[in-house]
Write a protein that binds this ligand. Sequence first.
Ligand SMILES: Nc1ncnc2c1ncn2[C@@H]1O[C@H](COP(=O)(O)OP(=O)(O)O)[C@@H](O)[C@H]1O
Ligand SMILES: [Mg+2]
Length: 208
Amino acid sequence: MKAPFVTFEGIEGSGKTTQVGLLSEYLAGKAVPHIVTREPGGTPLADEIRGLLLARREERVFPETELLLYEAARAQHVRAVILPSLSSGKAVLADRFSDATSAYQGFSRGIDAARIEGLNAFAAGGLLPDLTLLFDIDPEDGFRRLPGRGRRADRMESETIEFHRKVREGYLRLQAASPDRIVRIDGAPPAGEVFRRVQAVVAARFGW
Ligand SMILES: Nc1ncnc2c1ncn2[C@@H]1O[C@H](COP(=O)(O)OP(=O)(O)O)[C@@H](O)[C@H]1O
Ligand SMILES: [Mg+2]
């Protein structure tokens, strides 16, 4: 049986990485086989592409270039890591996936949504998450949390608040269009409280 594929989405500072960690610990405690991975990245090549994407640079990065680099990393990640894990019975928890491309490169950068969906499907070989947890938070609140991570803002984090507002709106529209797959979770409460919501959702879906 194919194991579940769960993705974590939301703007910067919404709590994705924190919640992936909490769910992984929880699953380990219940001896549920799983891996944790992230996009862009997840394989040595895809991690190199991540470095290219997130580096702050003088040269302008065009939206089309950015889109294709994300998709290239995804193509590698899906085939080398995600599919083999799922077919060996290990669940996959992914910190971002295709919805991030729709929200950032589509809604926020303005690339046509149908084109992005086509590229997402091509890169992912048609793979869709069984469940997507969308951590929803006001961008100003999300950004206030970021200095706590103790590193300088990357190229995407350095975008304007307006850019991130559009990303948030894009995510909410994706959720409205796929309400069964994408579950919105309020990201504003303390992490433990957010996690209780995550637990309730994965218990109902997968019996975890
Ligand atoms: N619910 C929460 N309330 C307050 N701070 C949080 C919460 N969740 C995460 N944090 C902190 O906010 C920062 C960003 O969280 P993180 O999980 O890295 O978000 P993301 O991966 O979505 O950018 C981290 O320093 C983290 O410890
Ligand atoms: Mg993160």
